[in-house]
Design a protein around this ligand. Structure first.
Ligand code: AN7
Length: 363
């Protein structure tokens, strides 16, 4: 070993990864394998255009889409998989609208675990399906929605020696809370407002836990108002009752009976926040604006935070003087069908200077 070689204790992604960076905040023991795919440490970028319409002091986007499998799920999955390995598991399972399955499949592949993903048949975005396939997961497509998939995944893992790695697994929440720490560290304090999409409600639960813990440790002077947004056709937390047939083009959050219901409501109420609904049209408008005005290509569900903020402002809310962070939960490449739903405006031309000049109006 040369002086430059990091010691083995630094793990698989030297100086990177959620387990190493946040060890003091996580339920890690001497027996926990310090695994990593380089998750976490995602960019926090300032809005250049949309901020004007929100009317706040500063609007930031936390690009969780930059995680190794393209979504925030990796932060929690690395902890859940490490703890499953520590407990001797040789296989993991999750129900998923696509991103959890991609993340579970990646870590399982890397650490030699069996992986079974239960997904609503034909209802997950193609890019996410591609990820699970390439990572070598057993893909179990059920007739039914995410809520049915989670129900059977719970039944199977209660009966067979397979670890359940959905966000009902508390280690997932522990890992995901680290995004709150990163935001507070980057800003020097908690933001005034945190806006994010809500599906199964694990992420809003995790952020709130993270902000509470940092505040207790006096790393921040305040805690943010939590503004969660569900798709209008899949908004059980807004209606106060499960939705039997959830529908939205934002397939990631097509969930009718969130597992972390109570903790999401607690996050809303304790923070003085709200959980509101945004229509698919509002989601698509925000999705397009993020691409064209901010250079951020996210998946539709991830645009719900921006859609929600714009909706609240249109309804008369004021964010004057506030610092807002909006969570961009997943990468746009995961859902190429939505991106290409309208024919892209392509200039079809000959491979010839003059033809291109004429087409572009440069001659
Ligand atoms: C891009 O992958 O539930 O409220 O099975 O993929 O914590 O569920 C995904 C959820 C937001 C909602 N944005 O987060 C799954 C899954 C994206 C997502 C959410 C999801 P939660």
């Amino acid at each position: 070993m040369t002086a430059e070689t990091p010691p083995a204790a630094l793990g698989d992604a030297p100086n990177r990864g959620v387990l190493l960076r946040f060890a003091e905040h996580l339920p890690i023991t001497d027996a926990t394998p310090m695994i990593s795919l380089g998750e976490g440490d995602t960019p926090l970028v300032k809005s250049t255009h949309i901020v004007r319409d929100i009317g706040c002091d500063a609007l930031y986007f936390k690009l969780e889409s930059c995680n190794p499998t393209g979504s925030f799920k990796d932060r929690g999955m690395v902890v859940a998989v490490a703890k499953a390995m520590e407990a001797g598991a040789t296989a993991i399972m999750c129900a998923s609208t696509g991103n959890t399955s991609a993340s579970a499949a990646a870590y399982a592949a890397r650490y030699g675990l069996g992986v079974y993903v239960v997904v609503p048949d034909g209802k997950i975005a193609r890019g996410k399906l591609a990820q699970s396939a390439v990572y070598g997961a057993e893909i179990i497509a059920i007739e039914g929605n995410f809520d049915a998939a989670l129900r059977v995944a719970r039944e199977i893992t209660a009966k067979h020696p397979i670890a359940l790695v959905n966000s009902v697994n508390p280690f997932r929440i522990e890992g995901q809370k680290t995004a709150a720490f990163e935001i507070a560290d980057a800003l020097g304090d908690a933001p005034d407002v945190l806006a994010l999409p809500v599906g199964n409600a694990g992420n809003i639960t995790a952020y709130w836990k993270g902000f509470i813990e940092y505040h207790h440790r006096e790393r921040t002077s305040k805690r943010p108002r939590m503004l969660g947004f569900q798709a209008a056709g899949a908004a059980p937390l807004v209606h106060g009752a499960p939705v039997e047939h959830p529908h939205t083009l934002a397939s990631a959050i097509r969930i009718g009976n969130p597992a972390s219901w109570k903790t999401a409501i607690a996050a809303r109420d304790e923070s003085g926040g709200s959980i509101d609904a945004v229509t698919d049209d509002e989601i698509l408008a925000a999705y397009n604006r993020l691409g064209r005005e901010e250079g951020i290509f996210c998946e539709p569900a991830s645009a719900a935070g921006v859609a929600g903020l714009l909706k609240l402002v249109a309804g008369g809310a004021s964010f004057a003087g506030k610092t807002i962070v909006c969570i961009i939960t997943g990468n746009g490449l995961k859902d190429p069908e939505t991106a290409l739903k309208t024919e892209p405006p392509i200039h079809h031309v000959a491979a010839e200077l003059g033809a291109i000049e004429r087409e572009m109006g440069w001659s």
